[in-house]
Unconditional design. Structure first.
Length: 400
């Protein structure tokens, strides 16, 4: 599946993150991670750090799937508001997931600091704006739900939103917890650090072809004919995993993004992430190299060709929305691209074992905040492999 179109800004900015060999001989390991995007990089970092002999493979160049098209936003919010998620999955699962999202952003910040990673990581506040008076009603309900569980949020009236951020809306939730990064560069930092310090082995242009399950291990045949014998396989292959599963777990959505030419960014925009409740929604943030990234205009994914034909039209729509929402903001689009992401029935990811795949785990971090879900997956799988209890194995299980 073609996961992105044109060339995303992160790829043009950074180039290939590294060159790795394809696998040309039989090897053994404790953990085989399939998928070299941000999810696979985080999981490989976790397991190699814990002392497991870990191998990471990808059928493309590392990080050239959907990760290179990421908007690199880090938020604890899910695609489903907290008050609505409680009705869908119950109070415990909903509240625990929102609170763990906050901890995941803090954890990722600590990891990046320990790696001394130059990946544009910056903590930011977040503003979730109501597009209409009707939206303001449910958004106020959402604010109250977040406030009750101890999240650091403030309600902004229409007038205060305008004064503080020069933004047009019928009210907004201001959250203190959020961040942004260059996720493509972060993958490079995670992999290089793990290779140097934890003996991670990485092979690109190495496609998993077939898996034979043994009693307590498995043998993975890859393109070229080599065999990887592993105790466990971790599939970090995102929505491409749907082709492996009998049960449907995800709907695919096309999303569109453009990034502006460099500009002098007003201080009230530089350190804040913005979301708007309009359907289709709008989001916006500043980058560490003085550009404005604008995204949204999502729609159902049909095929890559149709999605790609819409890029120019979607760019114009996003530009008009952003400059209407933020009066006085002048943007000149520099790069535009499209990508595909997945949404689940309840906005939660799928992390853990699948009954059809012995000796394997999945980390399918579907949704708009897949990076934070991937960070959660690090500890969830660490506990699963060690036999420790973890409530998220129940919350995020398949066939829930």
């Amino acid at each position: 599946m073609k996961l992105r179109s044109k060339e995303p800004y992160w790829l043009l900015k950074n180039g290939l993150i590294g060159t790795y060999p394809s696998l040309q001989k039989d090897i053994t390991c404790d953990i085989l991670v399939v998928g070299g995007g941000i999810t696979g990089a985080l999981i490989a970092y976790q397991f190699s750090k814990e002392g497991y002999r870990t191998v990471l493979i990808d059928r493309r160049d590392i990080s050239l799937g959907s990760t290179s098209a990421s908007t690199s936003l880090l938020q604890y919010e899910l695609d489903e508001p907290l008050y609505a998620l409680i009705k869908k999955v119950g109070a415990n699962a909903a509240i625990d997931t929102y609170l763990e999202g906050v901890r995941s952003i803090e954890k990722l910040g600590s990891i990046i600091k320990s790696l001394k990673a130059d990946c544009g990581f910056e903590r930011k506040q977040s503003v979730y704006m109501a597009h209409s008076k009707k939206d303001a009603e449910w958004l106020l309900t959402e604010f109250e739900a977040r406030q009750r569980i101890g999240l650091k949020v403030t309600w902004l009236t229409k007038e205060r939103l305008k004064r503080k951020f020069d933004a047009t809306g019928e009210g907004a939730i201001l959250s203190e917890t959020g961040a942004a990064t260059d996720v493509y560069q972060l993958v490079r930092c995670l992999i290089e650090y793990s290779i140097k310090n934890y003996r991670l082995r990485v092979f690109d242009h190495t496609e998993l072809v077939k898996v034979e399950n043994l009693k307590d291990s498995c043998e993975a045949k890859v393109s070229g004919g080599s065999i990887i014998k592993a105790r466990k396989i971790v599939y970090a292959t995102g929505y491409e995993s749907q082709a492996m599963l009998r049960d449907k777990v995800v709907d695919l959505i096309s999303t569109f993004t453009f990034i502006s030419e460099p500009l002098k960014i007003p201080s009230h925009l530089r350190h804040t992430l913005f979301w708007d409740t309009e359907d289709p929604y709008l989001y916006m943030r500043a980058t560490d190299d003085n550009r404005i990234l604008v995204g949204g205009e999502d729609e159902q994914f049909k095929n890559p060709e149709r999605r790609d034909r819409l890029i120019d039209k979607k760019q114009e729509l996003l530009l008009k929305k952003a400059t209407t929402k933020f009066s006085g903001l002048k943007l000149i689009p520099d790069y535009a691209w499209a990508g595909t992401f997945g949404v689940t029935k309840d906005a939660l990811p799928y992390i853990g074992e699948h009954p059809d795949y012995p000796n394997a785990y999945f980390v399918l971090a579907f949704g708009g905040n897949g990076i934070t879900f991937s960070v959660m997956g690090m500890q969830i799988l660490s506990d699963a492999l060690a036999g420790r209890p973890n409530k998220f194995l129940e919350y995020f299980r398949f066939r829930r």
